[in-house]
Ligand binder design. Structure first.
Ligand SMILES: [Zn+2]
Length: 398
Protein backbone atom coordinates (compact mmCIF):
# COMPACT_ATOMS: atom_id res chain seq x y z
CA UNK A 1 0.00 0.00 0.00
CA UNK A 2 1.22 3.48 -0.78
CA UNK A 3 2.14 5.65 2.19
CA UNK A 4 2.16 9.41 1.91
CA UNK A 5 5.53 10.72 3.05
CA UNK A 6 5.98 13.64 5.41
CA UNK A 7 7.51 16.75 3.80
CA UNK A 8 10.59 16.33 6.08
CA UNK A 9 11.08 12.70 4.99
CA UNK A 10 10.46 13.63 1.35
CA UNK A 11 13.15 16.29 1.65
CA UNK A 12 15.61 13.71 3.08
CA UNK A 13 14.73 11.32 0.24
CA UNK A 14 15.42 14.05 -2.29
CA UNK A 15 18.80 14.83 -0.72
CA UNK A 16 19.71 11.12 -0.77
CA UNK A 17 18.62 10.77 -4.39
CA UNK A 18 20.58 13.87 -5.29
CA UNK A 19 23.72 12.51 -3.52
CA UNK A 20 23.37 9.17 -5.34
CA UNK A 21 22.98 11.05 -8.59
CA UNK A 22 26.23 13.00 -7.95
CA UNK A 23 28.04 9.69 -7.27
CA UNK A 24 26.89 8.42 -10.63
CA UNK A 25 24.32 6.02 -9.15
CA UNK A 26 21.28 7.05 -11.14
CA UNK A 27 18.31 4.82 -11.53
CA UNK A 28 14.91 5.56 -12.89
CA UNK A 29 13.42 2.48 -11.27
CA UNK A 30 9.73 1.86 -11.29
CA UNK A 31 8.65 -0.49 -8.53
CA UNK A 32 5.07 -1.73 -8.44
CA UNK A 33 4.01 -1.80 -4.79
CA UNK A 34 0.37 -2.95 -5.05
CA UNK A 35 -1.99 -4.28 -7.68
CA UNK A 36 -5.76 -4.36 -7.97
CA UNK A 37 -6.76 -8.04 -8.40
CA UNK A 38 -9.71 -7.24 -10.71
CA UNK A 39 -8.43 -4.39 -12.94
CA UNK A 40 -5.04 -3.35 -14.33
CA UNK A 41 -4.69 -0.62 -11.66
CA UNK A 42 -1.43 -0.58 -9.74
CA UNK A 43 0.48 1.56 -7.25
CA UNK A 44 4.10 2.27 -8.00
CA UNK A 45 7.15 4.27 -7.03
CA UNK A 46 9.14 5.97 -9.80
CA UNK A 47 12.62 6.96 -8.62
CA UNK A 48 14.23 10.12 -10.01
CA UNK A 49 17.39 12.06 -9.07
CA UNK A 50 15.13 14.53 -7.25
CA UNK A 51 13.16 11.97 -5.28
CA UNK A 52 10.38 9.45 -5.73
CA UNK A 53 7.03 9.86 -7.47
CA UNK A 54 4.33 7.67 -5.93
CA UNK A 55 1.75 6.64 -8.48
CA UNK A 56 -1.01 6.92 -9.54
CA UNK A 57 -0.50 10.66 -9.34
CA UNK A 58 -1.62 13.87 -11.00
CA UNK A 59 1.18 16.24 -12.10
CA UNK A 60 0.54 20.02 -11.99
CA UNK A 61 1.53 21.96 -15.11
CA UNK A 62 4.04 24.77 -14.64
CA UNK A 63 4.09 26.06 -18.22
CA UNK A 64 6.65 28.85 -17.90
CA UNK A 65 8.48 27.34 -14.89
CA UNK A 66 5.61 28.41 -12.65
CA UNK A 67 2.33 26.77 -11.79
CA UNK A 68 0.35 29.91 -12.44
CA UNK A 69 -0.41 31.90 -9.31
CA UNK A 70 1.04 29.30 -6.92
CA UNK A 71 4.31 29.61 -4.97
CA UNK A 72 6.66 26.66 -4.44
CA UNK A 73 5.80 26.13 -0.73
CA UNK A 74 2.10 26.28 -1.63
CA UNK A 75 2.66 23.75 -4.41
CA UNK A 76 4.37 21.38 -1.97
CA UNK A 77 1.30 21.59 0.28
CA UNK A 78 -0.99 20.33 -2.48
CA UNK A 79 0.74 16.91 -2.44
CA UNK A 80 2.41 17.49 -5.82
CA UNK A 81 5.48 15.32 -6.42
CA UNK A 82 6.36 15.72 -10.11
CA UNK A 83 5.73 19.04 -11.88
CA UNK A 84 5.69 19.74 -15.62
CA UNK A 85 7.29 22.60 -17.50
CA UNK A 86 6.99 23.48 -21.20
CA UNK A 87 10.08 23.36 -23.38
CA UNK A 88 8.52 25.54 -26.08
CA UNK A 89 7.64 28.39 -23.72
CA UNK A 90 10.96 28.25 -21.84
CA UNK A 91 12.92 28.21 -25.10
CA UNK A 92 11.17 31.44 -26.15
CA UNK A 93 11.45 33.06 -22.71
CA UNK A 94 13.89 33.23 -20.95
CA UNK A 95 15.77 30.79 -23.26
CA UNK A 96 17.45 27.61 -22.03
CA UNK A 97 20.91 29.28 -21.64
CA UNK A 98 19.52 31.45 -18.85
CA UNK A 99 17.99 28.42 -17.11
CA UNK A 100 21.25 26.45 -17.48
CA UNK A 101 23.19 29.45 -16.14
CA UNK A 102 20.99 29.35 -13.03
CA UNK A 103 22.00 25.70 -12.50
CA UNK A 104 19.00 24.14 -14.27
CA UNK A 105 15.23 24.30 -13.98
CA UNK A 106 15.06 23.03 -10.38
CA UNK A 107 17.16 25.93 -9.10
CA UNK A 108 15.71 28.44 -11.53
CA UNK A 109 12.14 27.86 -10.35
CA UNK A 110 12.98 26.88 -6.77
CA UNK A 111 11.44 23.38 -6.94
CA UNK A 112 13.70 20.59 -5.66
CA UNK A 113 11.28 17.73 -6.44
CA UNK A 114 11.00 15.76 -9.70
CA UNK A 115 10.39 17.75 -12.89
CA UNK A 116 9.32 16.74 -16.39
CA UNK A 117 9.59 18.82 -19.56
CA UNK A 118 7.47 18.21 -22.64
CA UNK A 119 9.19 18.19 -26.04
CA UNK A 120 7.69 21.41 -27.38
CA UNK A 121 6.02 19.49 -30.19
CA UNK A 122 2.46 19.80 -28.91
CA UNK A 123 2.65 23.62 -28.72
CA UNK A 124 4.45 23.95 -32.05
CA UNK A 125 1.87 21.85 -33.88
CA UNK A 126 -0.89 24.01 -32.38
CA UNK A 127 0.61 27.15 -33.96
CA UNK A 128 -0.73 28.85 -37.07
CA UNK A 129 2.75 30.13 -37.86
CA UNK A 130 4.23 26.80 -39.01
CA UNK A 131 6.25 27.24 -42.18
CA UNK A 132 7.27 23.65 -42.82
CA UNK A 133 6.91 20.16 -41.37
CA UNK A 134 9.01 17.39 -42.85
CA UNK A 135 10.97 14.39 -41.70
CA UNK A 136 13.79 16.62 -40.50
CA UNK A 137 11.61 18.62 -38.09
CA UNK A 138 9.46 21.74 -37.90
CA UNK A 139 10.21 25.30 -38.98
CA UNK A 140 8.02 28.01 -37.50
CA UNK A 141 7.94 31.68 -36.67
CA UNK A 142 8.35 32.67 -33.03
CA UNK A 143 5.03 33.99 -31.69
CA UNK A 144 7.08 36.46 -29.62
CA UNK A 145 9.18 38.20 -32.29
CA UNK A 146 8.47 36.47 -35.61
CA UNK A 147 12.00 35.06 -35.87
CA UNK A 148 12.56 31.71 -37.57
CA UNK A 149 12.94 28.70 -35.26
CA UNK A 150 13.92 25.19 -36.39
CA UNK A 151 12.84 22.46 -34.01
CA UNK A 152 14.16 18.97 -34.65
CA UNK A 153 14.35 15.90 -32.39
CA UNK A 154 18.03 16.74 -31.73
CA UNK A 155 17.24 20.37 -30.90
CA UNK A 156 14.39 19.38 -28.57
CA UNK A 157 16.71 16.97 -26.75
CA UNK A 158 19.44 19.63 -26.47
CA UNK A 159 17.01 22.22 -25.10
CA UNK A 160 15.53 19.73 -22.62
CA UNK A 161 19.04 18.67 -21.54
CA UNK A 162 19.94 22.32 -20.91
CA UNK A 163 16.73 22.80 -18.91
CA UNK A 164 17.74 19.74 -16.89
CA UNK A 165 14.41 18.21 -15.81
CA UNK A 166 14.43 14.63 -14.46
CA UNK A 167 12.27 13.44 -17.37
CA UNK A 168 12.46 14.62 -20.99
CA UNK A 169 9.74 13.77 -23.51
CA UNK A 170 10.51 12.54 -27.03
CA UNK A 171 9.79 15.00 -29.86
CA UNK A 172 6.61 13.74 -31.54
CA UNK A 173 3.97 14.88 -34.02
CA UNK A 174 0.56 15.06 -32.40
CA UNK A 175 -2.06 15.15 -35.19
CA UNK A 176 -5.15 17.29 -34.63
CA UNK A 177 -8.67 15.87 -34.29
CA UNK A 178 -10.24 15.12 -36.65
CA UNK A 179 -7.50 13.98 -39.05
CA UNK A 180 -7.58 11.47 -41.90
CA UNK A 181 -6.19 7.98 -41.44
CA UNK A 182 -3.43 8.81 -43.91
CA UNK A 183 -2.46 11.95 -41.97
CA UNK A 184 -2.39 10.09 -38.64
CA UNK A 185 -0.38 7.23 -40.19
CA UNK A 186 2.12 9.78 -41.50
CA UNK A 187 2.38 11.47 -38.09
CA UNK A 188 2.95 8.04 -36.49
CA UNK A 189 5.69 7.12 -38.93
CA UNK A 190 7.40 10.45 -38.33
CA UNK A 191 6.98 10.17 -34.56
CA UNK A 192 8.71 6.76 -34.64
CA UNK A 193 11.59 8.04 -36.80
CA UNK A 194 11.99 11.03 -34.52
CA UNK A 195 11.94 8.77 -31.46
CA UNK A 196 14.89 6.82 -32.85
CA UNK A 197 16.77 10.10 -33.31
CA UNK A 198 15.85 11.28 -29.79
CA UNK A 199 17.15 8.00 -28.33
CA UNK A 200 20.33 8.23 -30.41
CA UNK A 201 21.24 11.71 -29.17
CA UNK A 202 19.74 11.84 -25.68
CA UNK A 203 22.49 10.16 -23.69
CA UNK A 204 20.53 9.15 -20.57
CA UNK A 205 22.47 9.86 -17.37
CA UNK A 206 20.56 11.91 -14.82
CA UNK A 207 17.65 12.50 -17.22
CA UNK A 208 15.15 9.84 -18.32
CA UNK A 209 13.63 9.92 -21.81
CA UNK A 210 9.99 8.86 -22.23
CA UNK A 211 8.67 7.79 -25.65
CA UNK A 212 5.18 8.79 -26.84
CA UNK A 213 2.57 6.53 -28.46
CA UNK A 214 0.46 8.25 -31.14
CA UNK A 215 -2.13 6.84 -33.54
CA UNK A 216 -5.20 9.04 -33.02
CA UNK A 217 -8.47 7.13 -32.94
CA UNK A 218 -7.31 4.36 -35.31
CA UNK A 219 -6.88 1.12 -33.34
CA UNK A 220 -4.39 -0.50 -35.75
CA UNK A 221 -2.19 2.64 -35.71
CA UNK A 222 -2.36 2.81 -31.91
CA UNK A 223 -1.38 -0.85 -31.66
CA UNK A 224 1.53 -0.45 -34.08
CA UNK A 225 2.73 2.70 -32.31
CA UNK A 226 2.54 1.05 -28.86
CA UNK A 227 4.67 -1.84 -30.14
CA UNK A 228 7.30 0.44 -31.73
CA UNK A 229 7.62 2.69 -28.66
CA UNK A 230 7.61 -0.24 -26.20
CA UNK A 231 10.42 -1.88 -28.17
CA UNK A 232 12.70 1.11 -27.40
CA UNK A 233 12.74 -0.02 -23.74
CA UNK A 234 12.83 3.50 -22.29
CA UNK A 235 12.37 4.29 -18.56
CA UNK A 236 8.79 5.42 -19.18
CA UNK A 237 6.14 5.47 -21.89
CA UNK A 238 3.47 8.06 -22.61
CA UNK A 239 0.28 8.04 -24.63
CA UNK A 240 -0.29 11.31 -26.50
CA UNK A 241 -2.85 12.54 -28.96
CA UNK A 242 -5.76 12.16 -26.52
CA UNK A 243 -7.84 15.02 -25.10
CA UNK A 244 -7.32 16.92 -28.37
CA UNK A 245 -11.02 17.45 -29.11
CA UNK A 246 -12.15 13.87 -29.76
CA UNK A 247 -15.43 12.62 -28.21
CA UNK A 248 -14.79 11.37 -24.69
CA UNK A 249 -15.92 7.84 -25.66
CA UNK A 250 -13.09 7.76 -28.22
CA UNK A 251 -10.59 8.67 -25.50
CA UNK A 252 -11.96 5.87 -23.28
CA UNK A 253 -11.59 3.43 -26.15
CA UNK A 254 -7.95 4.44 -26.74
CA UNK A 255 -7.21 4.13 -23.00
CA UNK A 256 -8.80 0.66 -22.83
CA UNK A 257 -7.01 -0.51 -25.97
CA UNK A 258 -3.52 0.92 -25.41
CA UNK A 259 -3.17 0.47 -21.62
CA UNK A 260 -2.78 -3.33 -21.83
CA UNK A 261 -0.25 -3.01 -24.71
CA UNK A 262 2.28 -1.00 -22.65
CA UNK A 263 5.24 -2.70 -20.90
CA UNK A 264 4.00 -3.46 -17.38
CA UNK A 265 7.29 -2.70 -15.64
CA UNK A 266 7.41 0.94 -16.82
CA UNK A 267 5.41 4.00 -15.69
CA UNK A 268 2.55 4.87 -18.07
CA UNK A 269 1.77 8.56 -18.57
CA UNK A 270 -1.53 9.65 -20.15
CA UNK A 271 -0.82 13.12 -21.49
CA UNK A 272 -3.22 16.03 -21.06
CA UNK A 273 -5.88 14.17 -19.06
CA UNK A 274 -6.94 15.33 -15.60
CA UNK A 275 -10.69 14.88 -15.10
CA UNK A 276 -11.82 12.52 -12.34
CA UNK A 277 -13.74 10.02 -14.47
CA UNK A 278 -11.06 9.85 -17.17
CA UNK A 279 -8.26 9.38 -14.61
CA UNK A 280 -10.23 6.61 -12.85
CA UNK A 281 -10.83 4.79 -16.13
CA UNK A 282 -7.18 5.22 -17.10
CA UNK A 283 -5.90 3.94 -13.75
CA UNK A 284 -8.16 0.89 -14.14
CA UNK A 285 -6.36 0.30 -17.45
CA UNK A 286 -2.86 0.55 -16.02
CA UNK A 287 -2.01 4.27 -16.36
CA UNK A 288 0.03 5.91 -13.60
CA UNK A 289 0.70 9.59 -14.39
CA UNK A 290 -1.53 12.44 -15.57
CA UNK A 291 -1.29 16.15 -16.29
CA UNK A 292 -3.77 18.85 -17.24
CA UNK A 293 -3.87 22.65 -17.19
CA UNK A 294 -7.56 22.60 -16.23
CA UNK A 295 -7.33 22.88 -12.40
CA UNK A 296 -5.35 26.12 -12.53
CA UNK A 297 -7.14 27.49 -15.59
CA UNK A 298 -10.54 26.91 -13.95
CA UNK A 299 -9.22 28.32 -10.68
CA UNK A 300 -8.10 31.55 -12.33
CA UNK A 301 -11.57 31.97 -13.78
CA UNK A 302 -13.44 31.46 -10.51
CA UNK A 303 -14.42 27.80 -10.88
CA UNK A 304 -13.86 25.33 -8.04
CA UNK A 305 -13.87 21.53 -8.32
CA UNK A 306 -16.05 20.30 -5.45
CA UNK A 307 -17.39 16.77 -5.03
CA UNK A 308 -17.08 15.99 -8.73
CA UNK A 309 -18.88 19.21 -9.73
CA UNK A 310 -17.73 22.59 -11.02
CA UNK A 311 -18.87 25.57 -8.97
CA UNK A 312 -18.70 29.15 -10.23
CA UNK A 313 -17.75 31.13 -7.13
CA UNK A 314 -18.96 34.35 -8.75
CA UNK A 315 -22.50 33.04 -8.43
CA UNK A 316 -24.73 35.11 -6.09
CA UNK A 317 -25.71 31.97 -4.17
CA UNK A 318 -22.30 32.08 -2.42
CA UNK A 319 -22.57 35.69 -1.21
CA UNK A 320 -23.94 34.78 2.22
CA UNK A 321 -22.44 31.27 2.41
CA UNK A 322 -19.91 31.46 5.25
CA UNK A 323 -19.00 27.77 5.34
CA UNK A 324 -15.74 26.33 3.99
CA UNK A 325 -15.47 25.77 0.23
CA UNK A 326 -15.16 21.98 0.62
CA UNK A 327 -15.31 20.69 4.21
CA UNK A 328 -13.56 17.46 3.16
CA UNK A 329 -10.52 19.34 1.75
CA UNK A 330 -7.52 20.41 3.82
CA UNK A 331 -6.07 22.94 1.36
CA UNK A 332 -5.14 26.49 2.28
CA UNK A 333 -8.37 27.88 0.78
CA UNK A 334 -10.65 25.40 2.57
CA UNK A 335 -8.82 25.63 5.93
CA UNK A 336 -8.82 29.42 6.20
CA UNK A 337 -11.53 30.91 3.99
CA UNK A 338 -15.27 30.76 3.36
CA UNK A 339 -17.28 30.49 0.15
CA UNK A 340 -18.54 34.02 0.82
CA UNK A 341 -14.98 35.38 1.04
CA UNK A 342 -13.93 33.57 -2.17
CA UNK A 343 -17.06 34.93 -3.89
CA UNK A 344 -16.07 38.43 -2.72
CA UNK A 345 -12.47 38.01 -4.01
CA UNK A 346 -13.69 37.08 -7.50
CA UNK A 347 -16.38 39.75 -7.58
CA UNK A 348 -13.71 42.35 -6.71
CA UNK A 349 -11.14 40.80 -9.06
CA UNK A 350 -8.57 40.25 -6.32
CA UNK A 351 -5.49 38.16 -7.25
CA UNK A 352 -5.72 36.08 -4.06
CA UNK A 353 -8.95 34.46 -5.26
CA UNK A 354 -7.19 32.98 -8.29
CA UNK A 355 -4.36 31.61 -6.16
CA UNK A 356 -6.73 30.07 -3.60
CA UNK A 357 -8.96 28.33 -6.16
CA UNK A 358 -5.94 27.11 -8.15
CA UNK A 359 -4.55 25.61 -4.94
CA UNK A 360 -7.89 24.01 -4.09
CA UNK A 361 -8.35 22.51 -7.56
CA UNK A 362 -4.79 21.11 -7.65
CA UNK A 363 -5.24 19.68 -4.15
CA UNK A 364 -8.53 18.07 -5.25
CA UNK A 365 -6.96 16.22 -8.20
CA UNK A 366 -3.96 15.17 -6.10
CA UNK A 367 -6.28 13.95 -3.32
CA UNK A 368 -8.23 12.00 -5.91
CA UNK A 369 -5.18 10.19 -7.29
CA UNK A 370 -3.94 9.55 -3.73
CA UNK A 371 -7.35 8.10 -2.84
CA UNK A 372 -7.17 5.77 -5.84
CA UNK A 373 -3.71 4.64 -4.69
CA UNK A 374 -5.08 3.97 -1.20
CA UNK A 375 -8.01 2.02 -2.64
CA UNK A 376 -5.66 -0.11 -4.77
CA UNK A 377 -3.56 -0.83 -1.66
CA UNK A 378 -6.66 -1.74 0.36
CA UNK A 379 -8.12 -3.93 -2.39
CA UNK A 380 -11.27 -1.83 -2.93
CA UNK A 381 -10.33 0.06 -6.13
CA UNK A 382 -12.58 -2.01 -8.38
CA UNK A 383 -15.64 -1.36 -6.21
CA UNK A 384 -14.92 2.31 -5.43
CA UNK A 385 -13.41 3.69 -8.61
CA UNK A 386 -13.89 1.32 -11.56
CA UNK A 387 -16.06 1.37 -13.47
CA UNK A 388 -16.55 5.03 -12.70
CA UNK A 389 -20.15 6.03 -12.11
CA UNK A 390 -21.18 9.61 -11.28
CA UNK A 391 -23.09 8.39 -8.23
CA UNK A 392 -20.60 5.71 -7.20
CA UNK A 393 -18.93 5.58 -3.80
CA UNK A 394 -15.85 7.19 -5.30
CA UNK A 395 -17.63 10.49 -5.77
CA UNK A 396 -18.24 10.67 -2.03
CA UNK A 397 -15.57 8.76 -0.14
CA UNK A 398 -12.22 10.26 -1.11
ZN1 LIG B 1 -9.64 22.91 -0.74
Amino acid sequence: MQVEVEPRVASQQRRLASALSRCGVIAFDFTITARCPRTRARCGCFTTPHGPVHTPRFMPVGTAATVKGVSTPQLQETGAQMVLANTFHLHLQPGEPVVAEAGGLHRFMGWDGPLLTDSGGFQVFSLDAINRIDDDGVVFRSPRDGSRIDLTPERSMAIQRALGADVAMAFDQCPPYPASEAAVAEACRRTHRWLERCVACHGGGDQALFGIVQGGCFPHLREASARVVAAMDLPGIAVGGVSVGEPVEEMHRVVRQVGPLLPQERPHYLMGVGSLREMAIAVANGFDLFDCVLPTRLGRHGTALVGGERWNLRNARFRHDHGPLDPSCGCLACRHHSRSYLHHLFRSDELLGRTLLSLHNLTTLLRFTTAMARAIGEGCFSEDFAPWEPDSQAAHTW
